[in-house]
Design a protein around this ligand. Structure first.
Ligand SMILES: [Zn+2]
Ligand SMILES: [Zn+2]
Length: 347
């Protein structure tokens, strides 16, 4: 199957900034924690677990081929020789950030601030057929999904009104998915989240932090799989059993600039990781998210952000987050990362 990209014939029109329920971002006055307040998201349809058959087309599903009229036009899509699409990226109908005309990169915010939430929030529809699992997508099409995400991130990274972007997946109700048709989300915002700022600060203070992460995982038996220059490993301080990170061995801060080999490897390793998880815990829900460097123009004095590397964190949702986790940011888990890695590698 030969695949090529086709930009949408109908680029989306940014919604009006004056929309009555335009999302806002609040910074907590005490902790400086960022919270997006997006009342419109209360209107989004939440699908109960359905008995819809997979592998075909579902009449009421907005993400199935043939129902494109139910979603905004795509921003970019991948098509095959027959002209049918294999994956497409559309504006999220219920965004928690809005692409505001004339917005500029945010000034440093101070605790207690609240302002319009500017950014791009999109949905990556990963299959034209009604599938619940990425494992139902053939490997060539799955690689194409990752290329489409990489290319869309690259497009957004040149926008000076945006600072950072991620892709993330919520798979299953325990992971926060509201629709079962296989998809993920892409978000670009005008600031760098605190978690990523902290990771970058650590990588600047300890320049071989990522090499050490990999070296120690190898020494302690926490490597699950390697492919090309990527390593899938269980991190030293996992928040859930079987938590797995995919990390490049070489310096590469931005996934938006990842080469085709790394994109192919991350596609393969994600399929493999989810397959392993499913064999150990059938039907397990999970999240994953991409951490990467800020866009070059937003990286401040160190455009290469030291030794920081993009990585994908895959977190199974096997145990609920409870009071201690929510109250302290510390986590409790029941399986050591060494045992997680051993079982995953054998699965
Ligand atoms: Zn569907
Ligand atoms: Zn991270």
């Amino acid at each position: 199957m030969f695949l090529r990209y086709s930009p949408s014939m109908h680029p989306p029109v940014p919604p009006s900034a004056a929309a009555p329920c335009a999302p806002r971002i609040h910074l907590d006055a005490v902790s400086a924690r960022a919270v997006f307040v997006a009342p419109e998201r209360a209107e989004r349809p939440i699908e109960e677990s359905t008995t819809a058959p997979t592998g075909g087309l579902v009449e009421a599903c907005p993400f199935c081929a043939g129902n494109e009229r139910l979603t905004p036009p795509d921003v970019v899509r991948a098509v095959d020789d027959s002209g049918g699409w294999r994956a497409r990226i559309i504006p999220n109908r219920y965004p928690f950030v809005r692409d505001l005309p004339q917005a500029s990169a945010a000034a440093p915010a101070t605790p207690g601030d609240d302002r319009a939430a500017h950014g791009v929030h999109e949905v990556v529809i990963e299959s034209p057929r009604h599938e619940r699992s990425i494992l139902a997508i053939d490997s060539r099409s799955w690689e194409l999904v990752w290329r489409l995400c990489r290319d869309r991130l690259a497009m957004l990274s040149s926008r000076r009104d945006l600072a950072w972007a991620t892709i993330f997946k919520n798979s299953g109700p325990r992971a926060g998915a509201s629709l079962e048709h296989v998809h993920s989300q892409l978000v670009a915002i005008d600031f760098v989240p605190a978690t990523v700022r902290a990771e970058i600060a650590h990588a600047e203070a300890v320049p071989d932090a990522f090499d050490s992460l990999i070296r120690e995982a190898e020494a302690e038996g926490r490597v699950v799989e390697t492919l090309g220059s990527l390593v899938a490993l269980c991190p030293p301080a996992p928040r859930q059993p079987f938590e797995t990170w995919i990390v490049p061995r070489h310096a590469s801060g931005s996934f938006a600039r990842a080469g085709d080999d790394d994109v192919a490897a991350v596609a393969s390793l994600t399929r493999s990781a989810i397959g392993r998880l499913g064999r150990l815990v059938p039907g397990a829900d999970y999240n994953w998210w991409l951490h990467q460097a800020p866009f070059d123009h937003a990286a401040g004095d160190s455009p290469t952000t030291g030794g920081y590397r993009w990585h994908l964190e895959i977190m199974p949702r096997l145990a609920q987050l409870a009071g201690f986790e929510l109250g302290t940011g510390c986590h409790i888990t029941t399986l050591s990362p060494m045992e997680s890695a051993r079982r995953l590698a054998e699965a």
